[in-house]
Design a protein around this ligand. Structure first.
Ligand SMILES: NC(=O)c1ccc[n+]([C@@H]2O[C@H](COP(=O)([O-])OP(=O)(O)OC[C@H]3O[C@@H](n4cnc5c(N)ncnc54)[C@H](O)[C@@H]3O)[C@@H](O)[C@H]2O)c1
Ligand SMILES: O=C(O)C[C@H](O)C(=O)O
Ligand SMILES: [Mg+2]
Length: 613
C-alpha cells in the first residue's frame, strides 16, 4: 500500500509542482467580464478592486480616471510592496509582546482582505506557512477573544435567536448568487478558549480563508456564519462593547429550532452548498451531526476532520516504529480529553482497527484505548456517562490489566499502561508535564509519540522542547498549533509536526462539492484520512515527520479532494457538479481525478473588467 502511495505521491507532486501559477490556474480564470459598477463603487468592492493596478483602458471605461494616482503599478509591484510593509512591521515590532505583534500582523492582513481580495489571497497562498498562524490558529484565537473591540466592518452573516421566523428571507440578504462553502459556529467552544459567543465568528472566517488558500474555493462563494443563541460567558455578558445577544444561551428545543431554521434557509437558497459545523460544544456537535448528516451535505470538522488527521498521525506512529500497519491493533493509546474531538478520534481509530485483518478475533470488545477527562480515567464505574464515551470506558479492578481505578490520574495511567501514543485533546495547556513525559519515556514503543493537539498554542498539552527533553530524541511530536522544530545537537532535528484538521477539511469540503455529494459518508471521510496518511514517505516517517509541510497544502488538498470524490462516486452518493457527472468522475484514473480537482481550484489573478471586443 505504502509503495504505491509513494509512487502516487511522486506523480502528483510532479503534476502539481510548478507552483506559480499552479496547475489549473489558467482554466479557472473567468473570461473577460463586464462589471456593472463604476467609479468608487469598484474601488470599494474588494472583489473587483485592483488599487493602483487598474490599466488606463479600465480607468477610462469604468469612471476611475482621476480617482487614483496616475501611475499604473503591476500586480507584482503591489505584491512586493505589501510583503515589504509586512516585513518592516515584523522588524519594527521586534521585542514587543507576542500578542501585540500577532494582532498587528492580523490587522495588516485584515485590512488588505477588506480592500483587495485578489492581492490578499495571492499573498496568503504564496506565504501560507507564514500567514496561517495569523489568520488561523493561534492568532485567530486572540482575535476572537478581542473581536468586539477589533470590530470595524462585518464579514459573513449573523443569525441570532431574535431572528426566529426571519431566516428564510434573511438568507437572501447575502449579495452573492452562488455559495459553495459555508462554515458555521455557535461560538460555544472556540478552540480551547471556551464560550466566546458572537466573537467566535473569527473561526469561520479563518477556516474559509484556509478553504480559499488550500482548496481554491472561489472567495465570492464562501460564507462564514455565526449563530448567536446567546452566551454563558459572564465576562462577555458584562462587557459593554460585547456585540452579541446579551442573554444566556438557548437550550434544548429552543436551540435546535434556531439551527433547524438556519439549515432549512441555507438549503432553500443554495441546495448544493457544503456546510461545515465548527467549534460547537460537544453536546450540540454530536446532536447536530446526527440530526443533519443524512439530510444535508454537512460535516462537523472538530469531530470528523480532526479524527482523520489524528488517524493519519496514529498510523504514521506505527510506521515510525518500523512495524506493519496491521500492528495498529496492538498500539496502546492514551487519549486525554473525551470531548467532541477526543471521541471523534477514538471512534474513527476504533473503526480503522476493526477493519484490520485479525481483529475480528476480539471484535467490538477490543479496547486499546485509555481515555481520561477532567475527572481522570474513565471506567465502567463512572456514573452518567454519555453513551458515545461509554464505548471507550475501561473495565476496572483486578480483571483489568493493568489494574487502574476509576478516575486514575494521567501520570498513574501513563506509568502503568506504558502507551505507544499519548494524545491530548483536552484544551488544558501544559497538562503533559515533566512527570507525565518522563513516564512516557518508559513507553513500550521504540518511538513514543506525543500529540499535543489542543489549540491555540497556550492550550497545547506540552511543547516539542519538553517532549524531546523528557521523552527522548527518538520521540515523535505533533501539535494542533504550529511550533518550530527543535535542534537536538549533532545536526539532528526533532520535528514539530502540525496535526491540525486544516490538512483535511479543505479536501473534504472540496471533494464533497465537486462530486455533488448528497451527503458526507464515513467512507468519504475514511478515504480522506487514508489519503493523508499515505502522503508521507517512509523516509520522512523514519525522521519523525508525520505530516506534510503546510506550504504544500494545495497539493495535499487536491489529493484528498480526489479521494473524497472517488469514495462519493463508489458509494453512489455523487450527483456530479459543473457539467461533470458521476459516471465521468468515476471513469477518471486516480491521477486524472487529482488533475481535475486541481484544475477546479480558483487562483487569484486580476481579470479584465472590460471586454476588449
Ligand atoms: N488539532 C486539531 O485539529 C484540533 C481539532 C479539534 C479540536 N482541537 C482542540 O481540542 C481541544 C478540545 O476540543 P473539544 O471539542 O473536544 O472540546 P470539549 O470541550 O468537547 O472537550 C474537552 C474534554 O477535555 C476534558 N478535560 C478538561 N480538563 C481536563 C483535564 N484537566 N484532564 C483531562 N481531561 C480534561 C473534558 O472533560 C472534555 O472531555 C480544544 O483545545 C480544541 O482547540 C484541536
Ligand atoms: O481551529 C483549529 O485550528 C483546529 C480545530 O478546529 C480546533 O477547534 O481547535
Ligand atoms: Mg474547530
Amino acid at each position: 500500500m505504502w509503495r504505491s502511495a509513494a509512487r502516487r505521491t511522486a506523480q502528483i507532486r510532479r503534476l502539481l509542482s510548478s507552483s506559480a501559477p499552479p496547475a489549473g490556474a489558467g482554466a479557472a480564470v473567468p473570461g473577460p467580464c463586464i462589471v456593472h459598477k463604476r467609479g468608487n463603487d469598484i474601488l470599494h468592492d474588494p472583489w473587483y478592486n485592483k488599487d493602483t493596478a487598474f490599466p488606463m483602458t479600465e480607468r477610462d471605461r469604468l469612471g476611475l480616471r482621476g480617482l487614483l494616482p496616475p501611475r499604473v503599478m503591476s500586480f507584482e509591484q503591489q505584491y512586493e510592496r505589501f510583503i515589504n510593509s509586512y516585513r518592516s512591521l515584523e522588524h519594527n515590532t521586534r521585542g514587543e509582546p507576542d500578542s501585540i505583534v500577532a494582532l498587528a500582523k492580523w490587522r495588516i492582513l485584515n485590512r488588505l482582505h477588506d480592500r483587495n481580495e485578489t492581492l490578499y489571497y495571492r499573498v496568503l497562498i504564496d506565504n501560507i506557512k507564514d500567514f496561517a498562524p495569523i489568520i488561523y490558529t493561534p492568532t485567530v484565537g486572540l482575535v476572537c477573544e478581542n473581536y468586539s473591540g477589533l470590530f470595524r466592518r462585518p464579514r459573513g452573516m449573523y443569525f441570532s435567536a431574535k431572528d426566529k421566523g426571519e431566516m428564510m428571507s434573511m438568507i437572501y440578504n447575502w449579495p452573492a448568487d452562488k455559495v459553495d462553502m459555508i462554515v458555521v459556529t455557535d461560538g460555544s467552544r472556540i478552540l480551547g478558549l471556551g464560550d466566546l459567543g458572537v466573537q467566535g465568528i473569527g473561526i469561520p472566517i479563518g477556516k474559509l480563508d484556509v478553504y480559499v488558500a488550500a482548496a481554491g474555493i472561489n472567495p465570492q462563494k464562501v460564507l462564514p456564519i455565526m449563530l448567536d443563541v446567546g452566551t454563558n460567558n459572564e465576562k462577555l455578558l458584562e462587557d459593554k462593547l460585547y456585540l452579541g445577544l446579551r442573554q444566556p444561551r438557548l437550550e434544548g428545543e429552543e436551540y435546535l429550532a434556531v439551527v433547524d431554521e438556519f439549515m432549512e434557509a441555507v438549503h432553500a437558497r443554495w441546495p448544493k452548498a457544503v456546510v461545515q459545523f465548527e467549534d460547537f460544544q460537544m453536546k450540540w456537535a454530536f446532536e447536530t451531526l446526527q440530526r443533519y448528516r443524512n439530510r444535508f451535505c454537512m460535516f462537523n470538522d472538530d469531530v470528523q476532520g480532526t479524527a482523520g488527521v489524528a488517524l493519519a498521525g496514529l498510523l504514521g506512529a506505527v510506521r515510525a516504529q518500523g512495524r506493519p500497519l496491521q500492528d495498529f491493533t496492538n498500539q496502546k493509546i492514551v487519549v486525554v480529553g473525551a470531548g467532541s474531538a477526543g471521541i471523534g478520534v477514538l471512534s474513527m481509530a476504533k473503526q480503522a482497527m476493526l477493519r484490520m485483518p485479525g481483529i475480528h478475533r476480539t471484535g467490538e470488545g477490543h479496547n486499546q484505548f485509555w481515555v481520561l477527562d477532567k475527572d481522570g480515567l474513565i471506567t465502567k464505574a463512572r456514573k452518567g456517562l454519555d453513551p458515545a464515551v461509554a464505548r471507550f470506558a475501561r473495565g476496572y479492578g483486578p480483571d483489568e490489566i493493568p489494574d487502574l481505578p476509576e478516575g486514575a490520574s494521567l501520570v498513574e495511567v501513563v506509568k502503568k499502561v506504558k502507551p505507544h501514543v499519548l494524545l491530548g485533546l483536552s484544551g488544558v495547556g501544559g497538562i503533559f508535564n515533566e512527570e507525565v513525559l518522563k513516564a512516557m519515556k518508559e513507553s513500550d514503543s521504540p518511538r513514543p509519540a506525543v500529540f499535543a493537539m489542543s489549540n491555540p498554542t497556550t492550550k497545547a498539552e506540552c511543547t516539542p522542547e519538553d517532549v524531546f527533553k523528557h521523552v527522548g530524541e527518538n520521540a515523535i511530536f505533533a501539535s494542533g498549533s504550529p511550533f518550530g522544530n527543535v535542534s537536538l545537537g549533532n545536526g539532528k532535528t526533532g520535528f514539530a509536526n502540525q496535526a491540525n484538521n486544516m490538512y483535511l477539511f479543505p479536501g473534504i469540503g472540496l471533494g464533497a462539492l465537486l462530486s455533488g455529494a448528497r451527503h458526507i459518508s464515513d467512507g468519504m471521510l475514511q478515504a480522506a484520512a487514508e489519503c493523508l496518511a499515505s502522503y508521507i514517505t517512509d523516509n520522512e516517517i523514519r525522521k519523525g515527520i508525520l505530516f506534510p509541510e503546510v506550504s504544500s497544502i494545495r497539493h495535499i488538498t487536491a489529493r484528498v479532494g480526489a479521494a473524497v470524490v472517488r469514495a462519493a462516486v463508489a458509494e453512489d452518493l455523487a450527483e456530479g457538479c459543473c457539467d461533470v457527472g458521476p459516471r465521468e468522475l468515476g471513469s477518471m484514473t486516480e491521477s486524472e481525478r487529482v488533475d481535475y480537482v486541481a484544475r477546479k481550484m480558483w487562483y487569484p489573478i486580476y481579470s479584465p473588467l472590460v471586454s476588449d471586443k
